[in-house]
Design a protein around this ligand. Sequence first.
Ligand SMILES: [Fe+2]
Length: 407
Amino acid sequence: MVQRFTLTEQGVTHHGRCVATAKYLAEEAAGRMLFSGFGTAIDQAPPTAERIEASNPANINIVRFADEYLALWEAGAPYRIDPRTLETLGAPSWPLDRPPAPFSAHPKVARDGALWNFGVDPLNDVLHVYRIGADGKSAWTHALHVDQVAPIHDFAITERHLVFLLPSITCNKSRLMAGASFAESCQWSPQFGMRVLIVSQSDASVRESQLPAGCVFHVANAWEARDEIVVDYMRSANPSSLLAGWSVMAGEYRHARGAALTRARVALSNGSGSQAQLIDHDAEFPCIHVADTGCEYQHLLCIERTPDRAANVPGYDQLAYVDTRSGGRRVYHFGGDWLVEEHLLVTASESSAPRWAIGTALDACARQTVLSVFDLSTLEAGPIAQARLPYALPLGLHGTFVPSAFV
Ligand SMILES: [Fe+2]
């Protein structure tokens, strides 16, 4: 389901609409669930392994690129959305010779305006790489063989490379073929360490390095510094954040230490890797200024979990604006009864530094979703504007901010 908030001088309006995926249309017509989801196997459904595209809910991110709005999953194809009506329009218009699937939900736009993305096919041990030209009229794709490829959620680009951090997770193919959901088929595999793949943008050649075993969902940014690739990412030492997700569904959640902002360095000359935690705080959903993609950067927004949050309550309760150069942080604590979702950095113009943060949070006591706007210079004083819906939205994942001139 795509949610749209429109901010005008008259106020804030909200509109939500389900993406008309093949899964949604078939299940609406049948009046019941037909296909297993990412984390839930449906009785008598065809095995996910045989019908991965049939499980595509297009529910992770919405991205604007080359004047098209794309609702993205990560193991299936993108769906193009009308930004005004949220109507599903079909496939993007890029000239790829086959449907772009799997296509991750975290594409990156390079300085030349091109969009880079990837997609993981764990059944065939393939990592697909895509480059779509800035105008959407040229496209390039390459399939890399990666033995026991991990489920990769996010990646980074630098000036000349694509950077993949592979969590120490592998897909149990026989479990997937037997009908388990994809999440149920993931297994902790620390013997692989955290593999680092550095892929050349010019010829798709791959260098491999290794960091200590760990898990990663989101990568904040990466850049090249002399002979090194530097990567900032949200690292957890174990798979608890992945496995705990399913205990929420059973009402048995017990929080274990989550991910923390970590800086890894990989030498291009010999592949040696090292890393250090930057901030000792459970955090996720890192957001950078889009213009800083692939460059050394300063502004980072993320959501955090305060250490005293009740252990049986999932999620995050705090927004943090981090100066990665000084290590300074401004934080705003919503409260223990809130579930804070991704917030985005907003600039006054494309070339200026970020000035505001905007995002949603669930006020669980009131059972209402709240949209907040913060001035970054006074973030700790709380939102400068808030719009409270008279209802709660289903918790979401990622979104994008678009100035009204583009809609
Ligand atoms: Fe994500």
